[in-house]
Design a protein around this ligand. Structure first.
Ligand SMILES: Cc1cc2nc3c(=O)[nH]c(=O)nc-3n(C[C@H](O)[C@H](O)[C@H](O)COP(=O)(O)O)c2cc1C
Ligand SMILES: C=C(O[C@@H]1CC(C(=O)O)=C[C@@H](OP(=O)(O)O)[C@H]1O)C(=O)O
Length: 383
């Protein structure tokens, strides 16, 4: 299964094409739209999220509520486009365009992208660097999760800490409803209140905030990915996908960074076996992968998000047209997007897992795939 996305943040639409899905997968907009709603949420988002109500349309590959095996084309329209159609017009002329951006923002893609692609209106850079693109990737992720659901995988995303505040309450699957109800997707109401106060204060000060996000997957079969070659290692593929989320600057699987400072006896997860249960661990510090393969234990992926780059109290920069010192550009912006990013992480790691399932088990129809997965599960149990 491969996919491509296209579309500018303020263009008419985002487009995604997924190729390699099995036929007969039940699929409707209602499998995708709740993911899009969750991605738009979270305390600290800017006014753009009030303008958009992201919903998906199928343009190919789905008929009568199920996939046909053909490439699936997804579209999300940008409501905000009606305010940007002149600025984004592909026809020549009408230059210099309104809202041209020349004061490169430290921390955003503006300067590097401008130098690389030769743009002096840095809007030509930011339109695609923008995390708006993640709306379509989350839609693709929602399709991947539909497939994972058929294999018995379930997932969650939450925020263990942000804005300098750690949650005191560890994640538990019984807290899912509470996480969904939390405006910052945290498990701990007192941490949540503190974080909300800090977001308000940061916004008032023209500042921005980052944090840590985590996605978890239960019911993943052991042996996805491979130790045999670097590019097939699933931990590496997950890290690449996680790091590709805008503003993510660190990724770990399990207690990756903490484990590095401890002796092996306190890190590695002892192996046990029981008839009817097969192999299992009592700890999961590895976070669900060993040797570039899933272990069958819960997959735990964490990522670190830097604070949003656009500051309403801007940092010094240089204007790329005049080469004179300037205040960095102030664009309408989020104060923080950490809760949304946790949803993005969950969706996107789902894509990597769905790809790994499809590689290992193949099959042109969902039924064929599920049969193969079930047969493998039985074989693993007897191993
Ligand atoms: C959901 C989400 C929303 C974001 N919103 C903004 C924003 O409003 N303003 C901004 O400057 N950066 C925002 N970012 C971060 C930038 O897109 C990102 O920092 C930029 O593209 C540079 O890429 P890098 O940080 O990965 O190096 C957001 C990121 C995510 C995941
Ligand atoms: C549009 C989204 O996020 C955007 C990501 C973003 C950035 O620079 O990454 C900047 C902002 O764009 P705008 O200026 O249009 O408000 C965010 O709103 C979205 O998540 O759907």
């Amino acid at each position: 299964m491969r996919f491509l996305t296209a579309g500018e943040s303020h263009g008419p639409q985002l487009t995604g094409i997924i190729e390699g899905l099995p036929a007969q997968l039940p699929l409707s907009a209602e499998d995708i739209n709740p993911w899009l709603r969750k991605r738009q949420g979270g305390y600290g988002r800017g006014r753009r999220m009030v303008i958009e109500t992201d919903t998906v349309e199928f343009m190919s590959g789905v008929r009568a509520g199920r996939t046909t095996g053909a490439p699936v084309t997804l579209v999300i329209r940008n409501t905000d486009y009606r305010n940007w159609s002149e600025i984004m017009d592909p026809a020549p002329g009408n230059e210099p365009r309104k809202k041209a951006l020349t004061a490169a923002r430290p921390g955003h893609a503006d300067l590097s992208g401008g130098m690389k692609y030769g743009h002096k209106d840095l809007r030509d850079v930011l339109e695609r660097a923008s995390a708006r693109e993640t709306a379509m990737r989350v839609a693709v992720g929602a399709v991947a999760h539909k497939l994972l659901g058929a294999f018995g995988v379930r997932s969650a995303a939450y925020v263990p800490g942000m804005a300098g505040v750690w949650s005191e309450r560890a994640f538990d699957w019984s807290l899912l409803e509470q996480i969904e109800a939390s405006p910052v997707r945290m498990t701990d109401p007192s941490a949540e209140a503190e974080v909300i106060g800090r977001i308000d204060a940061a916004k008032a000060a023209g500042n921005t905030l980052g944090g840590i996000i985590e996605a978890r997957f239960q019911g993943v079969v052991p042996g996805l990915g491979s130790q045999m070659h670097w590019e097939r290692k699933l931990d590496g593929r997950i890290a690449q996908m996680a790091m590709s989320i805008p503003a993510v600057k660190g990724v770990e699987i399990g207690a990756g960074f903490e484990n590095a400072m401890k002796p092996g006896s306190e890190v590695h997860d002892a192996i046990y076996w029981e008839a009817g249960r097969g192999y299992y661990r009592q700890t999961n510090r590895a976070g669900g992968t060993e040797g570039g393969m899933t272990t069958g234990e819960e997959l735990v992926v964490r990522a670190a998000l830097k604070p949003i780059a656009t500051l309403m109290t801007p940092l010094p920069t240089v204007d790329v047209v005049s080469h004179t010192p300037a205040d960095a550009a102030r664009e309408r912006s989020d104060t923080t997007a950490v809760p949304a990013a946790s949803v993005i992480l969950e969706a996107l790691v789902g894509i990597v897992l769905a790809q790994a399932y499809l590689e290992k088990f193949g099959g042109d129809t969902l039924e064929e795939l599920v049969e193969r997965v079930e047969r493998y599960k039985a074989r693993v149990l007897a191993y």
